[in-house]
Every structure is written in structure tokens, then in C-alpha cells.
Ligand binder design. Structure first.
Ligand SMILES: Cc1cc2nc3c(=O)[nH]c(=O)nc-3n(C[C@H](O)[C@H](O)[C@H](O)COP(=O)(O)O)c2cc1C
Length: 171
């Protein structure tokens, strides 16, 4: 699979989403980019700040993207769930780059609830229906179901990419 075709973009406060995004990119041969958050979210005050930013649905300062999403057939956007909302850095990234997205897929990690609400928000913010979605909760991480879930997600994305290539060849 060409590594120019898929970009995995993620934000992670405590490393779980980073781990999943890195594994996914490795399996897909995709490029990967971390959304750079300019806000200190460490410790209890960082947790509360994150909760407030998510609930207020506000944009926050993030670094400029290193990869142009418009250069990729599919961009996988990965976020932790914050208070049943997309994490504020990912919300901000989606607002900034929504017009540069061709196709999207969504990945979220969470403690246990809120994935569907987050997927709906991501679809609204990107203005796109995802070609695939994957949620990985704390239970999946404990019993290693996350490996299987990532496999299924990768298969779907690979099939979608093959379909895209066929269409591009036919045109
Ligand atoms: C501010 C905040 C709010 C959260 N809200 C939820 C929630 O509504 N539902 C849930 O299942 N997990 C929630 N979590 C847990 C995270 O989604 C989960 O631990 C995630 O895997 C963390 O990913 P990360 O390590 O990439 O930051 C919340 C975590 C934070 C920091």
C-alpha cells in the first residue's frame, strides 16, 4: 500500500490514542502526525481544563499541520473521548482543515461511553461521512481486543483504498 495515500492524525493526552494511532499507521504504511496542543493539560487542573474546553466546544491554540491533508486519499483522525465530546485539539484541527479533506475515517479511545456522540461530532465538524470507524475502550485494552479491532479497521480501510484506486484508474 502506498504510504502517500493515508495519513493518520491524532491527539493524545496520556498516550493511549498515540499508541493506537502509531500501531495503525505502522500496519497501513501510513504517514502519521500528532496534533500539537499548546495548552498545559497535565495533572488535575489539566484534566479540568480539558473537560471545560470539550464541553464549551471551543477552539484552542494548536500547532500548524506538517502534512497537507489534501495530499491524502484518506485521513484517519484519532481522538480520545472527553466528556462525550471530541477532544478540543482535534475539534480545532477539524475546523482548520475540513476543506482539505477528501475522505475520512475515525478512531476514538475512551473509558467506556460517548463514542457515538463523538463520531457524530467528527462527521459534522469534517463535513464528511467516515469510510470506517473504530472505538477502543478501556476493556478492549485490558483483554487485548484492541488488536483485533485495529485489524478489522485496517481491513476496511485497505479495501476502501483499493476501491479508490480502481475509480482513479478508471477515470
Ligand atoms: C477530560 C477528560 C474527559 C473524559 N471523558 C470521558 C468520557 O466522557 N467517556 C469515556 O468513556 N472516557 C472519558 N475519558 C477517558 C479518555 O477518553 C480515555 O482514557 C482515553 O483513552 C484517553 O486517551 P489518551 O491517553 O490518548 O489521552 C475522559 C478523559 C479526560 C481527560
Amino acid at each position: 500500500m502506498s504510504n502517500a495515500k493515508i495519513l493518520v492524525v491524532y491527539y493524545s493526552r496520556t498516550g493511549v490514542t498515540a499508541q493506537m494511532a502509531t500501531r495503525l499507521a505502522g500496519r497501513l504504511g501510513a504517514d502519521i502526525e500528532e496534533i500539537v496542543d499548546r495548552t498545559d493539560r497535565s495533572g488535575p487542573s489539566g484534566f479540568v481544563r480539558s473537560m471545560i474546553d470539550a464541553l464549551a466546544e471551543r477552539s484552542i491554540p494548536i500547532g500548524a499541520a506538517a502534512h497537507d491533508p489534501a495530499s491524502y486519499s484518506i485521513v484517519v483522525i484519532a481522538t480520545p473521548v472527553w466528556a462525550h465530546h471530541v477532544a478540543a485539539p482535534v475539534r480545532t484541527w477539524l475546523g482548520a482543515y475540513r476543506n482539505r479533506l477528501h475522505r475520512v475515517a475515525f478512531l476514538c479511545t475512551l473509558g467506556g461511553s460517548g463514542a457515538n456522540a463523538v463520531f457524530e461530532q467528527m462527521a459534522r465538524l469534517s463535513g464528511k461521512s467516515p469510510v470506517a470507524r473504530c472505538k477502543i475502550d478501556a476493556h478492549d485494552l485490558r483483554d487485548h481486543a484492541s488488536v483485533r479491532l485495529l485489524d478489522v479497521f485496517c481491513d476496511r480501510l485497505s479495501r476502501k483504498l483499493e476501491h479508490v484506486k480502481e475509480i482513479e484508474w478508471a477515470c
